[in-house]
Design a protein around this ligand. Structure first.
Ligand SMILES: Cc1ncc(COP(=O)(O)O)c(C=O)c1O
Length: 313
């Protein structure tokens, strides 16, 4: 049977998302009123950073790790927003509360260099302070995704070297990834499997990538991909649970003959891969045994982390 098409961010339909309230620069407004200027640095240039976070039992899972990545990125592009992680937590909490959400909420926090005085590139033209937006949607990953898995196609678009645009920037400009995704779709797949400049398998356009071979869990060295929070949690969980895990170079040759493959990201946690370039991965549809075990460990880690975060408030 053919694997049905999906995207890694497929969520169950939820009409409530048409009526959510969105945080825009200090105000929480109905979705249809949530707008930013056409002069905004994010809109004009992709000059901004974002984070995706999930709400479990009223807590933003792995909040510190997300803030660490966000504030490192902001510092690297000299974007001083005059706020700290606790101010961001307050923004997210208020937005979730305005929407009556405590669980299954997915946030896209976006911070740009703000409105520009003129429609040109120079960062100095962004004179009015940052633009901060938090969209929190009701969001449950579609169950069909776990059952069927995702189809990947390797694409010509590569992950670049860190001195062009470091893949560790979760920047508004995702054109590199969008081009890769288009190439994958044009090849009849759901998502792109991107290689590094040396031809080793690196990442997908929106998630980190793992394979399981002969009982070992492999992922790329991490040199050319997003420093995914979920990626690191999976590596740590493997170490803590005596599951052999390696961050190493490997090629499509090894990916095609993997026993299992899965993607990691905040939204979908671990999403099984069904096919790579038309080659079936694994013996049955959905997650294999190692992926299932990692999923269970990750679920327990979230529960533990959320309880700890709650107790620390
Ligand atoms: C290109 C890319 N890779 C991987 C990830 C997954 O990162 P995380 O696990 O922190 O959600 C993201 C999400 O922001 C991403 O944009």
């Amino acid at each position: 049977m053919n694997t049905p098409s999906h995207s890694t961010h497929d969520a169950q339909a939820d009409d409530r998302n048409e009526h959510i309230k969105i945080y825009v620069n200090g105000e929480i407004v109905p979705k249809h009123e949530a707008v930013v200027s056409v002069y905004d640095s994010g809109f004009m240039l992709g000059d901004g950073m974002w984070e995706g976070m999930r709400l479990y039992d009223g807590e933003w899972a792995f909040f510190e790790e997300h803030m660490d990545r966000l504030f490192s990125s902001l510092k690297a592009v000299s974007l001083d927003i005059g706020l700290g992680p606790e101010d961001i937590r307050d923004i997210l909490d208020r937005t979730a509360a305005a929407n009556g959400m405590t669980d299954d909420g997915h946030c896209r926090l976006m911070i740009t260099r703000g409105r520009k005085a003129k429609p040109f590139q120079h960062p100095g033209l962004s004179r009015f302070g940052p633009t901060i937006v938090a969209i929190v949607e009701h969001s449950k990953p579609a169950e069909s995704l776990q059952k069927a898995g995702i189809r990947l196609a390797s694409v010509p678009q590569v992950r670049g070297l860190p001195h062009s645009q470091d893949a560790k920037f979760n920047s508004h400009s995702k054109l590199n990834c969008v081009i890769a995704c288009l190439q994958a779709e044009q090849a009849g797949a759901d998502e792109a499997l991107m290689l590094d400049p040396h031809g080793f398998v690196n990442t997908t356009n929106a998630c980190n990538f793992f394979i399981v071979r002969r009982g070992e869990v492999w992922t790329s060295t991490g040199d050319y991909c997003m420093n995914g929070v979920t990626r690191q949690k999976v590596i740590d969980l493997c170490h803590e649970n005596a599951m052999p895990v390696r961050e190493k170079n490997f090629s499509l040759y090894e990916a095609y003959s993997a026993d299992e493959a899965f993607l990691t990201g905040t939204f979908g946690a671990q999403t099984p891969v069904a096919e790579i370039d038309g080659r079936k991965i694994g013996t049955e549809a959905g997650a294999g045994p190692v992926t299932k075990r990692i999923r269970a460990l990750y679920k327990a880690l979230i529960a533990e982390t959320v309880a700890r975060q709650k107790a620390a408030r």
